[in-house]
Design a protein. Structure first.
Length: 347
């Protein structure tokens, strides 16, 4: 196989993304474009550019158009249009601090838009090989409902997870790499998907080198939402890769489940930002941002290897095991923090 098909798109996206990221860092400093974003789940208190998402999205779209081996199909047009919708409402949120209802409305609009362009869940394969077919998925309400739910969950999980330098971008980069290799397997054989995933990997890496601790720029709402959205869409592009994506997204999804449970337990709003996320807990235990990011990368790297070397049943078992281990780790950290707080009170 000609590796230049995937290397050149990766490099083009990387160069455009890194160049735009540098430009947006400079413009934010020069024009003092620092949105006053009240976002408790992110730990940054200093003024920092939130236009990383713009660099990622523009680089991704530009590299797609520049690639002569890609045909811009109807579904791919849907992805591009939805990406710019996410960029628009993300920047709007960064400056105006939209409430959760408006954010959810825009997210659902992006999911419906891409469904209209032909990106939909046509079938689901169970762990034992049983296939649930939605028939003509273009007009299936079940497919629409599942698609919207899948994309909204992925978007919000990645957005909530993006609380420390390099977290969401690192997970997305690993996800793109996983999709490249899965797409090139003989039984899958989807080179166009591998090219798109290569472009995504390059766009993310060009931003990540400036986003890793200590960051000079962060993704902002548009960036973190787009990362979850693109992984969700690529998972259902030309055949379901949902199990692989679920494995890659284990940490963000487990973190979301944990935070929602904690908010319900303490009777807080499910949509209210707080400091109950995994990275907040690890920071309180004395971990550095760099150490936390490297932990996230290690766990995600391991699950990517699992995803590439297991079939449907193996993936399902791995998903359940990794989720269980992650939630057990969170319970342990929470117990340690409570013990520490009680000790400090007694002291």
């Amino acid at each position: 196989m000609n590796h230049e098909l995937f290397l050149f798109p990766f490099l083009r996206a990387f160069l455009v993304s890194s160049g735009l990221t540098l430009l947006f860092i400079f413009l934010a400093d020069f024009f003092s474009l620092f949105p006053n974003k009240n976002q408790q789940h992110h730990i940054h208190k200093k003024k920092i550019s939130r236009f990383g998402g713009a660099a990622i999205i523009i680089a991704f779209v530009a590299a797609v158009f520049l690639d002569g081996n890609l045909i811009i199909t109807h579904p791919l047009w849907g992805l591009i249009v939805s990406a710019f919708l996410i960029l628009f409402f993300g920047i709007l949120d960064d400056f105006l601090n939209l409430d959760w209802k408006k954010q959810l409305f825009f997210q659902i609009c992006a999911a419906i838009l891409i469904f209209i362009f032909g990106v939909n869940i046509q079938h689901i394969t169970g762990p034992f090989g049983k296939v649930i077919d939605f028939g003509d998925a273009q007009f299936s309400m079940a497919s629409l409902f599942l698609g919207i739910t899948w994309m909204v969950v992925m978007m919000n999980s990645m957005n909530w997870f993006d609380g420390i330098d390099g977290a969401s971008a690192g997970v997305t980069f690993f996800g793109a790499i996983a999709i490249i290799f899965v797409s090139l397997k003989p039984e899958v054989n989807q080179p166009p998907m591998a090219i798109i995933a290569s472009i995504l990997a390059g766009s993310i890496l060009g931003f990540l080198i400036f986003n890793f601790y200590p960051s000079k720029i962060i993704a902002g709402t548009s960036g973190s939402i787009f990362m979850g959205f693109i992984l969700a869409v690529l998972a259902i592009f030309s055949g379901a890769k949902i199990a692989t994506t679920l494995l890659v997204m284990t940490l963000p999804l487990a973190d979301s489940i944990w935070v929602i449970w904690k908010r319900i337990r303490f009777r807080d709003s499910v949509f209210s930002p707080d400091n109950k996320h995994l990275h907040h807990c690890l920071l309180k235990m004395g971990w550095s941002q760099k150490k936390i990011a490297l932990l996230f990368y290690t766990v995600t790297g391991i699950v990517v290897i699992i995803a590439l070397n297991t079939r449907a049943l193996g993936k399902m078992v791995a998903i359940l095991m990794v989720f269980a281990l992650t939630l057990m780790m969170m319970f342990f950290i929470d117990a340690q923090m409570l013990k520490k707080e009680k000790y400090n009170v007694i002291k």
